[in-house]
Ligand binder design. Structure first.
Ligand SMILES: [Zn+2]
Ligand SMILES: [Zn+2]
Length: 289
């Protein structure tokens, strides 16, 4: 048998390469980087096997949803295979626990919830409906069951991301989201957790759950709609790469990647870790994330 050439190692995704460079440059971020690499790896693997959904939206419904400030993805539109979701949910909890981002007791409770399909499925559906606002839900409906650990929501957000991100991909290709002027996500209704300033100085918000992007007024607070410039505090890192917008009304803040003179596009998985020192600076000034 002829000698087979040694198999080439698969090229690492750009985000992972950037994360490794970040760790080398700022060793104090090493543990956050290590956890992020595991999450990115897992989410890419899952997302690669999730089909691009065909989401039926007619124009009248789309306009009505947008007019009412309601996002577009109903739970039934998400291409979610339950056994794949359960696996992703479990692996997410394990990664967080391994890196001490999840307490042992919470991990045990969350893993137990995930194992029982009869508990997990209605919980995920109820959580999505209550947190997206895509359909009418009673106002008082809790997002997670009483007594569930607060960290459950963090695990849910990360575990559903690969499935929802495919919806965001499908919708941003096919629908016009430019009329959307709200601070929450037009695809899944969640809050932005990062932003990017484009070369034309437009600010685009990035959803913390499905990673969709949408344009939003640069100096308006997406959390409380305060648009009084005198009540928005903005500061940048010394190299000008990142910026914080903090609201003096609701005291929340949002970080942004300044793409105006950047050498690469925004990568939230990298930039959110690179800006951990900015979180500390914002919190020191009394703002909350
Ligand atoms: Zn979203
Ligand atoms: Zn605000």
């Amino acid at each position: 048998m002829p000698d087979r050439p040694p198999r080439q190692p698969r090229a690492e995704p750009r985000e992972v390469v950037e994360l490794r460079q970040l760790k080398a440059a700022q060793p104090e971020l090493a543990s956050a980087v290590d956890m992020q690499i595991e999450l990115v790896d897992m989410q890419r693997r899952v997302q690669g096997r999730v089909p691009l959904p065909w989401i039926q939206v007619d124009d009248a419904w789309l306009r009505a949803q947008q007019g009412a400030g309601r996002p577009l993805v109903r739970f039934r539109d998400i291409p979610l295979d339950w056994s794949d979701f359960r696996l992703t949910f479990r692996q997410t909890a394990d990664i967080l626990q391994r890196h001490e981002a999840l307490e042992r007791g919470d991990h045990t409770t969350i893993v137990r919830l995930g194992r029982d399909g009869n508990t997990l499925e209605p919980l995920v559906v109820g959580w999505y409906n209550a947190s997206s606002g895509v359909e009418d839900t009673p106002d008082a409906q809790a997002r997670t069951p009483p007594g569930a650990p607060a960290s459950l929501e963090q695990v849910l957000v990360l575990a559903i991301r690969p499935f929802l991100a495919r919806c965001a991909e499908a919708l941003t290709q096919r629908s016009d989201l430019s009329a959307w002027s709200h601070g929450h996500c037009p695809v899944c209704g969640w809050e932005p957790d990062f932003a990017v300033i484009t070369p034309s100085a437009e600010r685009r918000l990035i959803c913390g759950r499905c990673t969709a992007q949408w344009a939003f007024a640069p100096l308006t607070c997406p959390f409380c709609a305060n648009d009084d410039r005198a009540l928005i505090t903005s500061f940048a890192t010394r190299d000008g790469r990142y910026r914080v917008y903090a609201c003096d009304v609701c005291r929340r803040y949002l970080k942004a990647y300044d793409g105006r003179s950047a050498s690469r596009p925004v990568m939230v998985s990298v930039d959110s870790i690179a800006t951990l020192p900015l979180d500390a600076a914002a919190m020191q000034r009394g703002y909350v994330g």
